[in-house]
Each structure stands twice: as structure tokens, then as C-alpha cells.
Write a protein that binds this ligand. Sequence first.
Ligand code: T46
Length: 136
Amino acid sequence: MSDTLVKLVDIPQRGDARGDLSVAELSGALPFPVRRVYWIHGTKPGVSRGFHAHKKLRQLCVCVTGSVRMSLFDGRREESVVLDSSAKGLLIGPGLWREMHDFSPGCVLMVFADAEYDEADYIRNRTEFTDYVAGR
Ligand code: T46
């Protein structure tokens, strides 16, 4: 895999003349075993989210409706990508600061995670994050 921060994976498409159908098989198609699924929706206009990193968590983010700009920072480089298709998933591994901006009205961002929710895995302060990655 490349050393870019933005790592996109293809989500299999099984649509036909009737419309779209996207599949993420829990055994195999996803790059890790899924322990939790959540989705972010109803985001108010102008609101940004995220502003944290994880110490261990791996996640795959799929924008199933609308669009959102995801920004990633590893302590040195910052990259961003607009997610606007249910055919692509953004892999976010540990040690990456993430922010979510420019949610379109009606955006639904579905997230597959390899662990259950654990607040102790979050780093929610940017200075703490840069110190954490510098010390690794
Ligand atoms: C991430 C980005 C992409 C739970 O109780 N269980 C959960 O599974 C989640 C995800 C959150 N929560 C609680 C924790 C907070 O009290 O829900 C509240 C909102 O969570 P947070 O402010 O962390 O949401 P975002 O949108 O800033 O970040 C979320 C995920 O938390 C995070 O892991 O990578 O989406």
C-alpha cells in the first residue's frame, strides 16, 4: 500500500437497472474484523466533527449518501479527500488526527470499526496528539 495518508478501498457494487447496491462482507472484504458499526447523519449546516486521533482503532468510512471532506494529519503531513460515493471507503488507521468538514445536507457517513467504543483510545487534544506521535 502507498505511504499516502489517504487510503481508499473499493466497495463492491452490485447495482443494476433498478438502482444501486453496495456490499461490505464482514468476513473478508473488509481489511479487519468488524466489531462495531456506527453512522453519522443529520449533521447541522456548517458543523465540523472529529478533531481527535485514535491510539489503536482501525476504521473504514463510507459516505453512503451526500458528501463530506475528511482531513487526515499524521503529525507532519496533512491530506484531505472528499468522500462522495458509496463505492469507495476511506481506511483510517491508528495515529492519525482526523477532521470532518463540509458535510452536505443529508450526508450519511457509515463507519466500520475493529473495536467497541473506548474513550481511553481517543486523543482529543491536538498538542497531546503531536507529542504522542513524536514520541512513538
Ligand atoms: C471517528 C470519527 C470518524 C459512543 O458512545 N459510541 C460510539 O461508537 C461513538 C462513535 C461515539 N460515542 C459517543 C462519544 C461522544 O459522547 O458519541 C458522542 C459523539 O462522538 P464523537 O464526538 O467522538 O464523534 P465524532 O463524529 O467527532 O467522531 C466519530 C468517532 O467518535 C471517531 O472514532 O473516528 O467519527
